[in-house]
Design a protein around this ligand. Structure first.
Ligand code: ATP
Ligand code: MG
Length: 332
């Protein structure tokens, strides 16, 4: 049966980079069925709703969704969309590419971030004029689910080394948060052990120092929600260029793929946005749907174009979105 992919361009450069990503997906002979859906600021202006029920339903019932960006309505769009696909892990690769100015050119790390609980579980209270509290939620089930995903991810050779026995690093602060991060750490390490996957551990603060000093020592990194959010942004800073970073929100039988960047209002509508992050998000989508080799081919094509050009303005070039996309498709 054809895989159904919901395509939500959204606002700003989403309208430019998502079509580029679709063009790359269409370069393969796969029987994808693309279904367009609306969300974002323009949709809200037209219909009163940033995320119409039809779009939510479409994403919830599709095999995967490719999303661009939303402007002021971003939170009203992306949070429900992550719920629509019941995402439990956020996948964020940070790779430095030859030809792109990076603070740490040896960086090649993939963050697997827990996507449902921790301090982002929404349990905040104002108890008095002076006192607010936050309840941190960690369950064995969510921790194990993340770890199972990490083991499979590594076993499929999807880590930076492409090596089935590459293992992963679990980052936590279990020396202080003994109960919550203690549970997280214990469950992740126990799942790794069950799967014969090598798992190192690193305290979050030590990791935050070691990563920028020597990113080459890390590959796949497994984190609780907040740590993953902050540390993956730190890694993004090491590789340079918001236009390069893809992400995936993976659920049980559904997933949502999106570039890390936003609508880039300063360059929207000019046809000069860098399509790389969206195209690499499409590569993650291909892998998710089982087309692992095709996903790697997209990455190789992108790597070649980043190194030899053409390049968009954010990377010091003068090429348009279409020219870069055509160059990527050419290499496929
Ligand atoms: P939003 O509120 O939608 O996140 P923003 O103003 O934060 O919008 P971002 O999209 O996050 O903008 O981008 C921040 C900066 O990086 C902008 O200057 C933008 O032009 C640049 N940028 C982001 N993505 C790209 C891209 N794909 N190609 C070129 N430049 C980009
Ligand atoms: Mg932004």
């Amino acid at each position: 049966m054809a895989a159904e992919i919901v395509v939500i361009e959204g606002d700003g450069i989403g309208k430019e980079v998502v079509p580029a990503a679709v063009e790359v997906l269409e370069a393969f002979d796969s029987d994808f069925e693309f279904v367009e859906a609306d969300a974002g600021d323009a949709t809200k202006a037209a219909t009163g709703e940033a995320l119409p029920a039809e779009t939510f339903e479409a994403a919830a019932s599709a095999d995967a969704t490719l999303f661009g960006a939303a402007g002021e309505t971003a939170a009203d769009v992306i949070l429900p969309l992550r719920e629509a696909v019941e995402s439990f892990v956020n996948v964020r690769p940070a790779t430095a590419y030859p030809g792109v100015d990076a603070l740490r050119p040896e960086t090649d790390v993939v963050f697997l971030r827990e996507n449902t609980e921790g301090v982002y579980s929404g349990h905040e209270d104002r108890l008095s004029d002076d006192l607010s509290t936050l309840t941190r939620v960690v369950t064995s089930s969510a921790s194990r689910e993340l770890a199972e995903f990490a083991c499979e991810f590594v076993a499929d050779g999807r880590g930076p080394n492409g090596d089935a026995d590459e293992g992963f690093t679990v980052v936590h602060k279990a020396n202080v948060m003994r109960e919550t991060d203690g549970r997280f750490r214990e469950e992740v390490l126990s799942v790794a052990d069950e799967h014969d996957v090598d798992a190192d551990e690193e305290l979050m603060d030590a990791f935050a120092t070691k990563l920028p000093l020597d990113p080459g020592q890390y590959g796949v990194v497994v984190c609780p929600n907040l740590a993953g959010d902050v540390l993956s942004d730190l890694a993004a800073g090491l590789v340079g260029g918001l236009g390069l970073l893809p992400s995936a929100n993976i659920g049980h039988d559904n997933a949502l793929f999106e570039p890390v960047h936003g609508t880039a209002p300063d360059i929207a509508g000019e046809g000069i946005a860098n399509p790389t992050a969206a195209v690499l998000s499409a590569a993650l989508l291909l892998e998710y749907l089982g087309h692992v080799e095709e996903g790697q081919r997209v990455r190789d094509a992108v790597t070649g174009v980043l190194s030899d050009g053409p390049r968009t303005g954010d990377l010091g070039g003068e090429a348009t979105t279409d020219e870069v996309t055509a160059a990527i498709v050419d290499r496929l």
